[in-house]
Design a protein around this ligand. Structure first.
Ligand code: BT5
Length: 224
């Protein structure tokens, strides 16, 4: 099993930025973030009492697989609340976003940032409905949650190294939302519509349109 050396901070701009200062197999937990980051320059609302965790790994050749591994680790940790995963890596409870994951790379490292709403969720979000553990009468100290996520993550990384992406994909699909449904995919320059058929062997979303099949590697999906 992998072991991470954990660093605790009261406050920082973003635990991903702090993690960049450490070599692989370190993890940073902060009580609050002043500039929490989402994907594509979006903001992650960071309330004190929630979990902000970032960890470092040696840069793998297939970094995108790790976003599936991280989502799986979070979903397993929150298993008692019947979580679902929205492609590629949002974790939802009752169809509301409780966790977001941000992968970043440097020359030599992969940084995986994980936010989980424990005590408080943003109330005014346009893109998604949101939730927190407290709304489900399930508060857990951030530290305990972080340890469980790191344990599950470590287990799934080992599995991936031994059995490949198919072992991750099989489990990820058990948590996935919207498979077989009509979805919209927001891409930087266009929005596509089609049926979410599943994942290919690299984790790309398979979108079936009337006459074509598209393979999408990054984007935001919405149920129609
Ligand atoms: C994500 O981006 O979901 C990745 C979030 C990663 C946050 C962690 S916290 C620890 C580490 N340090 C960081 O600075 N970041 C990581 P994305 O898929 O782009 O979703 C962002 C969108 O989610 C926003 O535009 C809002 O609509 C919504 N959102 C913002 N804050 C939220 C929250 N606390 N809970 C649920 N949804 C939120």
């Amino acid at each position: 099993m992998l072991k991470f050396e954990i660093h605790h901070l009261k406050q920082c701009s973003s635990t991903n930025e702090e993690a960049k200062k450490w070599p692989p197999y370190h993890a940073v937990i902060a009580e609050t973030q002043t500039a929490g980051k989402g994907r594509n320059g979006r903001k992650w609302e960071s309330f004190s009492g929630n979990l902000f965790l970032s960890l470092t790994l040696p840069l793998p050749s297939n970094a995108s697989v790790y976003s599936f591994i991280a989502a799986l680790a979070v979903a397993e940790t929150l298993g008692f609340l019947s979580p679902r995963i929205k492609w590629p890596n949002d974790v939802l409870i009752d169809n509301k976003k409780i966790s977001g994951i941000l992968l970043e790379t440097t020359d030599q490292k992969l940084i995986i940032g994980i936010g989980v709403n424990i005590e408080k969720k943003p109330e005014t979000q346009v893109l998604y409905q949101t939730t927190c553990l407290k709304d489900h009468n399930a508060t857990l100290p951030a530290e305990e949650l972080a340890n469980k996520i790191l344990q599950n993550l470590s287990f799934e990384i080992n599995l991936f190294e031994q059995k490949g992406f198919s072992a991750i994909k099989r489990q990820w699909l058990e948590y996935a939302t919207s498979i077989g449904s009509r979805i919209k995919v927001h891409l930087p320059k266009e929005t596509l519509e089609g049926i979410f058929e599943g994942l290919d062997d690299t984790g790309a979303l398979i979108l079936k349109q009337d006459t074509t099949i598209k393979y999408i590697t990054a984007g935001d999906i919405f149920m129609i």
